[in-house]
Ligand binder design. Structure first.
Ligand code: OGA
Ligand code: NI
Length: 364
């Protein structure tokens, strides 16, 4: 099997660009392929051998991403303990689950259901939103063309990283209200997490807010259909997030993995919990004290898996600059990154190749 795939990937009559274009023109996404009943994965989705889940490094089934209960936040003693847990998780894992995060279950459940309904409605209802980076609210599959193999997922993206104004009428009617409720709640929770992270870094509580970590955002609502040959595909390629922090909600299918001490660790869904992870911008302004960690999503034979990744990105149009926070640097610990604006950070993100070091352009 593998030798056949290898020769096909090396040419053998397969025109990747042509296959991609034809796929794009259907506007039906990977959901459309899954619905067509295929039982062989089209070649454009076949990952190079070293990116496939069973071939890439050890997989430790006993390791667990930290779980932090925010229930005692209003009480000084519990709060101190929570801050220490946040610090540990953000330094060692770059990822943690939060329980009792304050977002009503019902808001999360309705959002997941709304996203499922959006992706599962007739093509005519969603194809007008099919676009790649041109609209503030858009639907697509395989947004990032720098990847060699395509990924097995479709996405509805809402981009408020360039303007903090969102006209609700741009949101698809089928999930408009559920998305608006989700956004409202996550913005509140994000502020709480940014405060906890400021305290964890030994700074005043509103420090990350003053750096505009709460300003711009993008939310991607993913739909991962059942995949006919999950061992050859990926739902999301290995990457780190270009954000201050990310707040991730998911249904109970599972598939997210994080790279921890060189091992891929499964992030088991916990009912009612949300996942928080540290992004590249926070790693840089914390001068590498906090870690933006690589993660990916396995493709699955069952589904759909639904997730919502809400990136606190900062505003790309803001003149304000970011740099390692001065309280965190000293003679022994000099700044590792130069000053940059969020606009510059995103321009670099989209212009570099995927194998290029994500921090290189900003390192001193
Ligand atoms: C992302 C991401 C994970 C998921 O969109 O950046 O990592 O569970 N998503 O969908
Ligand atoms: Ni991510």
């Amino acid at each position: 099997m593998d030798t056949i795939i290898a020769s096909e990937l090396q040419g053998g009559g397969f025109d990747r660009e042509k296959e991609r274009k034809a796929f794009d023109e259907t506007k039906a996404g990977t959901k459309g392929l899954a619905d067509s009943g295929i039982n062989i994965l089209p070649k454009m989705f076949i990952q190079p051998s070293d990116e496939r889940v069973q071939n890439s490094s050890i997989h430790d089934a006993n390791l667990r991403v930290p779980v932090i209960d925010l229930a005692g936040l209003d009480n000084d003693i519990d709060r101190e303990k929570i801050v220490q847990e946040v610090l540990y998780a953000s330094q060692k894992w770059g990822f943690f689950h939060v329980l009792n995060h304050g977002i009503p279950m019902d808001v999360l459940d309705r959002m997941i259901e709304g996203i499922k309904m959006f992706h599962e409605q007739d093509l005519e209802a969603k194809e007008e939103l099919y676009s790649r980076g041109k609209k503030q609210v858009e639907y697509n599959s395989n947004y990032d063309r720098r990847m060699k193999a395509a990924i097995w997922r479709d996405t509805l993206a809402v981009n408020c990283s360039y303007t903090d104004h969102l006209d609700p009428k741009l949101l698809p009617p089928i999930c408009r209200n559920t998305i608006l409720d989700h956004i409202d709640e996550v913005l509140k929770l994000g502020n709480t997490i940014l405060e906890l992270l400021s305290l964890a870094l030994g700074l005043k509580p509103d420090c990350l807010k003053e750096m505009e970590g709460d300003k711009g955002w993008t939310c991607v609502y993913h739909y991962y259909p059942p995949c006919p040959q999950p061992e050859l595909a990926l739902g999301t390629e290995k990457h780190s997030d270009s954000s201050f922090i990310t707040v991730l909600a998911q249904n109970q299918i599972g598939g997210l993995q994080v790279l921890h001490e060189n091992q891929w660790v499964d992030v088991q869904p916990i009912p009612g919990a949300l996942i928080i992870n540290i992004g590249d911008i926070l790693q840089m302004i914390s001068n590498d004290k906090l870690k933006s960690v690589l993660h990916r999503v396995r493709a699955n034979r069952v589904g759909p898996r639904i997730s919502a990744a809400f990136f606190f990105t900062g505003l790309a149009t803001s003149p304000k600059t970011c740099a390692p926070i001065k309280e965190l640097i000293s003679e022994q610990n000099p700044p590792m990154y130069r000053e940059f604006t969020i606009g510059e950070f995103f321009a670099n993100y989209f212009s570099r190749s995927l194998n290029e070091d994500r921090y290189k352009h900003f390192m001193i």
